[in-house]
Design a protein around this ligand. Structure first.
Ligand SMILES: *Cc1c(COP(=O)(O)O)cnc(C)c1O
Length: 360
């Protein structure tokens, strides 16, 4: 059996070592005689697994003590709704930056609960560049400023933290969390679905500063009430136990890789290689402003779209799969999250050069 290089945007490739560990522990975790899937979430064994995952996450991201780390169901999309429910705190307005399709989805959901002010938008340039910070318009009355640090579909990433003029800063880091160190103290809330860079689908992490909690909108479902979840160790109800465990194995693997500074160096090298292959060729192109290109999701095109099907078929035959671009934008996209080995990027770059030689 041969594993392919899987460039899927999400759910996405996991470290082989993690899958092997999960396989080895599948039937009998730690001498309990049962799978983690079969454990009570209140059992000593499971609580230990859950607490270790939280401790590892806190250590990796250097989360300050006055922040809660929650493990929640509902994905990132659930948090699109939960964030205004929890953070409006008596205010009516929110500020959002629109840098692409995921920003737009977060905005649409926030509009159900608040008056959304668009602080800045890259819609006019088809989301290929982040609007200059000097041109953003914030409202001091807003409850918070929200942005998406990495647009998974457009391949646009913030490489610095924007100034929020004192507004609590909220960030959707679904597709670049744990890809580099982050100064958590600059944020009121960070959230991410697990299935891009942390584990399997079905669980999301919310990192939230304690002082913004406790003024949840009336009628907020209890499972989306961050304060109640925090008070219950994210176990207000039965959490997605196996996903939490797998996420924990990924965190352990990340520690073994040397933590976030080491993984950032690797991610930078991988992305640099792929963008160089695109930029140094007249055959391939990437539309994104080099200042905000994503290190996680690399969209690219060829001029002759008739060749796209052939490219995908030949790539697949070479063991390079899930390279089609998002259905809304077409072309190709290589997602090269933490778990994509450098050898996978090398194989893709070689394949692209060979394809160009044959068809260019
Ligand atoms: C995938 C993704 C989401 C949605 O995640 P779900 O877990 O499917 O709700 C939100 N934001 C970003 C940036 C994403 O990449």
């Amino acid at each position: 059996m041969a594993r392919v290089y899987n460039f899927s945007a999400g759910p996405s490739t996991l470290p082989t070592a993690v899958l092997e560990k999960a396989r080895d522990e599948l039937l009998d975790w730690g001498g309990t005689g049962m799978s983690v899937m079969e454990m009570s979430h209140r059992s000593k064994a499971y609580v230990g697994i859950a607490e270790q995952a939280e401790a590892d996450f806190r250590a990796l991201l250097a989360v300050p003590a006055d922040y809660k780390v929650l493990f929640l169901p509902g994905g990132a999309t659930g948090q699109f709704a939960a964030i205004p429910m929890n953070l409006l705190r008596g205010k009516t307005k929110t500020c959002y930056v629109n840098t692409g399709i995921w920003s737009e989805k977060a905005i649409a959901e926030a509009k159900l609960y608040s008056e959304v002010l668009i602080a800045a938008s890259s819609k006019d340039n088809q989301h290929t560049a982040i609007p200059a910070r000097a041109d953003w318009k914030l409202d001091a009355e807003a409850a918070y400023l929200h942005y998406t640090s990495n647009e998974t579909i457009g391949g646009v990433e913030f490489h610095s933290v924007p100034d929020s003029e004192g507004l609590p800063l909220v960030c959707d880091m679904s597709s670049d969390i744990l890809s580099r160190p982050v100064d958590v103290a600059q944020y009121a809330l960070i959230y991410a679905g697990a299935q891009k860079n942390m584990g399997p689908a079905g669980i999301a992490i919310v990192v939230v500063r304690e002082d913004v909690l406790g003024q949840t909108l009336p009628f907020t479902p209890s499972i989306f009430d961050y304060k109640k979840q925090a008070e219950n160790g994210s176990m207000l109800n039965t959490p997605p136990t196996y996903n939490w465990y797998l996420l924990g194995l990924v965190l352990e693997w990340l520690k073994e890789q040397g933590g976030l500074a080491a993984i950032e160096a690797l991610n930078t090298r991988k992305a640099d290689k792929l963008y160089a292959a695109i930029d140094n060729s007249p055959f391939y192109s990437n539309p994104v402003d080099p200042a905000c290109r994503s290190r996680m999701n690399v969209p690219f095109r060829i001029a002759n779209t008739d060749l796209e099907k052939t490219f995908l078929a030949e790539a697949k035959a070479a063991g390079l799969v899930n390279l089609e671009g998002h259905r809304s934008v077409g072309g190709f996209r290589a997602s090269i999250y933490n778990a994509m080995p450098e050898a996978g990027v090398d194989a893709l770059v070689d394949f692209m050069a060979g394809f160009e030689k044959q068809h260019g």
